[in-house]
Design a protein. Structure first.
Length: 303
């Protein structure tokens, strides 16, 4: 069994230097970024490798590259910096009179339709609490909760959520959007199987919506032809408006784009088109009093 690393042998200056060297590919540039002499930087890196018991950096005439162990060390170092930054921000809130800080991550559908009114009511009742809100894809929200980067998350129900305590929050309606000149534009309501005759615009990585529609296509026995994949509903709407394909989106999240771009809304007959949004926290995590208050407010607004 490997010996544990002695925390007394690792400090934030060394961790910051290690990250700077890894990112720049040069000990000289890393040392300059951290305002260290080259000899001091080299010694710190050697001591850091000795403390971990692993070779972290490959040195060659082309520069510096991370070993597999170095990549792991880099991930943990970045997480430590994020934690320290959060620690600093939250203590700063207390010193400036703000007595609570909650990190809320939510998908675009929740942020557009449900959360503005809920957050306005919450902050009106608790002006001494600061809520830091991030809009992310559902899969990224789950990972942020598990990794401790978010306190509370709201995401789509078909997202794998191992290690989280989950409760129902709200529901949203999924519809098909198409350009006015698209053949489906003459239809007011259809089923998803019929839509599979056409090319699609979809979201890419970590998208619970793409996973949902892909699974529905698989069940229908017809491949889903993705012509374009993008990272946001706004980009989807612009691609659809250019008649590059049709797209399945939450109606509430795209109302403004539907109007601005002159898109046609076709409602889906499929039961899965009415989708639940879930609220979640990390299992076993002790929430701060401020986060507990926000969770209570979200539960009230879901009734």
């Amino acid at each position: 069994m490997a010996s544990p690393i002695n925390p007394a042998r690792v400090d934030f200056v060394t961790l910051r230097l290690f990250c700077a060297v890894a990112q720049s590919g040069s000990i000289t540039k890393g040392a300059e970024a951290c305002h260290l002499a080259l000899s001091a930087a080299s010694r710190r890196l050697s001591d850091f490798e000795a403390a971990t018991g692993s070779k972290l950096l490959e040195r060659s005439s082309q520069g510096i590259a991370l070993t597999p162990a170095g990549h792991v060390a880099m991930q943990h170092a970045m997480r430590l910096f994020q934690g320290f930054e959060q620690f600093s921000n939250e203590l700063g809130d207390y010193s400036s009179g703000v007595r609570g800080h909650v990190r809320l991550w939510a998908n675009m559908s929740a942020l557009t339709e449900f959360l503005p009114a809920t957050l306005a009511a919450f902050l009106g009742q608790h002006p001494d609490i600061r809520v830091e809100v991030e809009e992310q894809l559902s899969g990224d929200i789950v990972r942020a909760l598990v990794d401790g980067l978010a306190d509370v998350g709201v995401f789509a129900e078909n997202t794998p959520a191992y290690g989280l305590d989950v409760a129902p929050f709200q529901t949203d309606e999924l519809v098909v959007l198409c350009a006015r000149q698209h053949p489906l534009a003459r239809t007011r309501r259809t089923d998803f199987k019929t839509c599979l005759a056409h090319e699609f615009v979809g979201l890419n990585r970590s998208s619970s919506l793409l996973e949902l529609t892909s699974r529905a296509a698989e069940q229908a026995g017809i491949p889903m032809r993705l012509r374009v994949q993008v990272r946001s509903f706004d980009a989807m709407c612009h691609m659809i408006a250019a008649n590059l394909g049709i797209g399945v989106v939450p109606l509430a999240a795209c109302k403004a784009q539907v109007s601005a771009l002159g898109l046609k809304v076709v409602r889906l007959k499929d039961a899965w088109a009415v989708r639940r949004l879930l609220m979640a926290t990390k299992t076993g995590e002790t929430l701060s009093p401020a986060a507990q208050l926000l969770v209570r407010q979200l539960m009230v607004s879901s009734n």
